[in-house]
Design a protein around this ligand. Structure first.
Ligand SMILES: [Mg+2]
Length: 300
């Protein structure tokens, strides 16, 4: 997506045949012969294909969930263990829970990304809403087995998502379709705007869970799934990630998402009013070509 060579060279504006861009395991037929009608969104081509077709993607997510499973056992044994920064008082007597993000953490929306590419569109709420309504997203590899394992251990599974509150029923339908654990008698799908104060910053929802449960693990694909980094610059995000180095792979389990996220919006200052061309130009300015580095002597 931030492949600046494309930004410099320009994706051909002529229709680009995507021969071979057939659907992967998702069952959504993008199909050979599909065309990209412009260059908007095409910088996501490799990232989306990586998720849909690279063995490395599934291996990465399975790896992440295997670590999560190992850490779950450690967390259950250690009553002082908590993964939520919002858990400030002693939680040792509280029942255990985990917090999972939804998009690109338990559900794979790459078919939606593929549709944007095919249609030459940027993210837009209408197409997103249509995709959510279909409740057709497949599980991210490893996610379902891990969630079921946690539930079988008596751990409450919460899904904290920035899908809109009006998408909760569709989201539930999608999760039910794959038999993800959805505990009865508890609202375990916590959506954006569902209650006053539940904005896109997930901190208030993590606090909601942490008030009644000991949070063993947080799993997500975006820094905002773990800690508040709203509209921080790329450099500030790096610093926040570094400051929490001890959490990664232990209490916080992160999955790869090269297709979208706050990492990408940070590169153009979160200015959604910019044209696709201007966003691309600003992103390309972040490319590190090594210019100015002292490479004298490297070949000695
Ligand atoms: Mg996500």
């Amino acid at each position: 997506m931030s492949d600046g060579s494309r930004a410099r060279l320009g994706i051909p504006t002529l229709a680009l045949a995507l021969a071979g861009c057939a659907s992967g395991g998702t069952g959504i037929a993008a199909g050979a012969g599909a065309v990209v009608s412009g260059d908007t969104g095409v910088e996501g081509l490799d990232a989306t294909l990586w998720i849909q077709h690279a063995a490395e993607y599934g291996a990465s997510t399975e790896q992440a969930y295997r670590i999560a499973s190992d850490m779950l056992a450690a967390a259950l044994e250690d009553s002082s263990w908590t993964a939520a920064p919002e858990q400030r008082s002693d939680a040792s007597a509280l029942p255990p829970a985990i917090i999972l993000d939804v998009d690109e953490t338990v559900l794979d929306n790459s078919p939606f990304q593929a549709r944007l590419i095919i249609e030459g569109r940027e993210f837009n709420p209408q197409m997103w809403g249509e995709w959510i309504d279909q409740a057709a997203a497949a599980p991210v590899p490893g996610a379902l087995a891990f969630a079921l394992h946690a539930a079988a251990q008596g751990v409450m599974v919460f899904y904290v998502t920035n899908r809109d509150a009006n998408m909760e029923s569709s989201t539930r339908r999608n999760l039910e379709r794959h038999e993800f654990p959805l505990a009865p008698g508890e609202d375990v799908i916590l959506t954006r705007g569902e209650h006053e104060g539940w904005g896109s910053d997930k901190s208030s929802r993590r606090a909601y869970v942490a008030a009644r449960y000991r949070v063993l693990l947080v799993v997500g694909d975006d820094l905002n799934d773990f800690v508040t980094v709203t509209r921080s610059s790329a450099e500030e995000r790096d610093q926040i990630a570094t400051d929490h180095a001890a959490f990664w792979g232990r209490k916080w389990i992160i999955l790869p998402n090269p297709t979208y996220g706050s990492w990408e919006r940070a590169l153009y200052g979160f200015d959604s009013s910019l044209s696709p061309e201007e966003k691309r130009r600003r992103k390309a300015e972040n490319l590190n070509t090594g210019a100015g580095s002292d490479d004298e002597g490297l070949r000695d």
